[in-house]
Design a protein around this ligand. Structure first.
Ligand SMILES: [Zn+2]
Length: 118
């Protein structure tokens, strides 16, 4: 059954998801997108400081270098400059999307800039 997201007011139709996700969205009264940001916000605490960044409302995760397998942005090296002065080079950066709503923007405000060609 459809419900209204308590954060953004969008109708969550619940017709695309498996039972587990559907039940969780209904219970929390969230849409799929807001649930995504709730999860990212929780994960950021586990990831720890300087292992994630919000740049112009876009959320990124900085994963460690690895020699094989998939790397974020195809292994392109970037330099992440956090507002607290910390600079981290990263060749395994992942983008989780643009934060959709002021509620989440406020919880996850911009905290860095990215130099895409350091
Ligand atoms: Zn929502």
């Amino acid at each position: 059954m459809a419900h209204i997201c308590k954060i953004c007011g969008e109708v969550e139709k619940n017709d695309l998801w498996g039972d587990e996700l559907k039940n969780s969205l209904e219970k929390e009264q969230l849409c799929f997108i807001c649930n995504h940001w709730k999860r990212q916000h929780e994960l950021d605490k586990e990831r720890g400081e300087h292992n994630w960044a919000v740049v112009n409302g876009n959320h990124y995760v900085l994963l460690p270098h690895k020699d094989s397998g998939f790397r974020g942005f195809d292994g392109h090296m970037v330099s992440v400059k956090f507002y607290d002065g910390t600079v981290k080079k990263c060749d395994n950066l992942w983008h989780q999307g643009e934060i959709n709503h002021p509620y989440w923007r406020k919880l996850m405000p911009d905290n860095a800039e990215i130099d895409w060609n350091p």
